[in-house]
Design a protein around this ligand. Structure first.
Ligand SMILES: Cc1cc2nc3c(=O)[nH]c(=O)nc-3n(C[C@H](O)[C@H](O)[C@H](O)COP(=O)(O)OP(=O)(O)OC[C@H]3O[C@@H](n4cnc5c(N)ncnc54)[C@H](O)[C@@H]3O)c2cc1C
Length: 351
């Protein structure tokens, strides 16, 4: 079978890249092992201003409109909404955070993302105040991935298999099983560290855990951000997470993470009585040492590419980069230098 692009991995990266390539009339095949992946576990949060330092995400003015337009188009295609826009309440935890928040509110380039001080909320313990963040929300990653998988299956562009790298022939031409692609793009998430061509790139994997919980009380219709976060769902259910652990790379839920997330929640919602946990999941973020994606072509194998390294920001960053990378494969358009793996010298590339 002759095709243009074989994609390895149907997480958010492989799925959205496949979508962009199909829009450009590429003949593609996506291979995935069908196991639970980081994209399904993820909360899908999109948050332009993050961290204790309340710093605006680099390139947010480019990434956010691309993400919103991309998710709107997918909503039209599949006749359902995947992106939920919801303001976020940033619970300030120290006097320093409060002073920083006041400074940010006076900076014109932050005004689109930070709006106002809010009165104290009854159910939330916030002695240093609450700041409202806007242009925030979350992606329903599981629903989106399921729709895209069904779409790929319906268009004969999907094969369930656990690809073994040794089964890929690179010379004289690319081949895997009966498939003869012009290009292979690896989108394997954290498993890329075992990739014989790209595994030498400086990944910094980070395990994350998330709880699905049920409350006996009504919840604010806002995302709460207090270092960890809470996303209200329907019927008094909510998600809370996520841990960030660079020491472990298994995807097993742990009691210590559950305890830490519940303790953190109790500090801001002390009035929440007996929360019950109905779901506990773990996954591994494909984060990178320099916090930028790994996108581009192997220096010695022009048909082998990587589209990975989206760390904790997949929902925000992947739509923009998927479109750029599809343009790159179609018309040799330049990649944004910040994501291009050519920033690393040859010693980082194996095989
Ligand atoms: C707990 C947690 C919370 C998170 N919260 C957020 C958040 O709020 N907002 C946000 O933007 N991001 C969040 N993330 C990060 C987000 O999940 C990632 O940025 C994104 O999902 C990465 O997608 P991916 O496609 O690169 O990887 P993955 O989703 O891991 O997909 C890779 C796919 O490749 C497949 N694969 C790999 N190797 C092979 C092979 N050899 N053969 C066949 N198939 C293979 C895997 O099975 C998998 O399906 C979170 C992650 C975790 C773990």
């Amino acid at each position: 079978m002759q095709i243009d692009v074989l994609l390895i991995g149907q997480g958010l990266a492989g799925s959205l890249l496949a979508w962009e390539l199909l829009k450009r009339q590429f003949r593609i095949l996506v291979v995935d092992n069908g196991l639970e992946n980081a994209s399904q576990v993820a909360a899908g949060l999109v948050n332009p201003v993050t961290g204790q330092r309340l710093v605006k995400q680099a390139d947010i003015e480019i990434l956010l409109p691309a993400a919103l337009a991309g998710y709107r188009q997918l909503a039209e295609q599949f006749q359902q909404n995947f992106y939920v826009q919801m303001p976020m309440l940033k619970i300030l935890r120290t006097q320093q955070e409060r002073e920083l928040a006041m400074r940010r509110l006076s900076q014109p380039d932050y005004l689109a993302y930070l709006s106002e001080w809010l009165p104290m909320l009854e159910a939330v313990h916030a002695p240093f105040g609450v700041l409202q963040q806007q242009q925030t929300g979350y992606l329903k990653t599981e629903a989106l991935l399921k729709n895209l998988r069904d779409f790929l299956i319906g268009n004969s562009c999907y094969r369930q298999a656990d690809l073994q790298y040794g089964d890929i022939s690179v010379r004289p031409d690319l081949q895997w099983q009966d498939v003869k692609p012009r290009h292979i793009v690896f989108c394997e998430g954290h498993r890329a560290v075992a990739n014989p061509w790209f595994g030498g790139l400086p990944f910094q994997l980070a395990k994350g855990e998330i709880l699905g919980c049920e409350s006996r009380q009504d919840l604010p219709e806002r995302i709460l951000n207090y270092g960890h976060w809470l996303i209200p769902l329907e019927a008094r259910r909510f998600k809370t997470g996520a841990t960030f652990d660079t020491q472990h790379t298994d995807n097993l839920p742990s009691q210590s993470a559950q305890n830490a997330l519940l303790a953190s929640l109790r500090t801001v919602c002390p009035l929440q009585p007996s929360i019950s946990v109905y779901q506990h999941r773990a996954g591994i973020r494909p984060a990178t040492l320099d916090k930028q994606p790994f996108i581009g072509t192997h220096p010695r194998h022009q048909q082998l590419h990587i589209f990975n390294g989206f760390g904790a920001k997949g929902s925000l960053a992947i739509p923009f980069y998927a479109a750029r990378f599809a343009d790159y494969l179609q018309q040799q358009a330049d990649l944004p230098p910040i994501c291009d793996i050519r920033r690393y010298d040859e010693t980082h590339f194996l095989a």
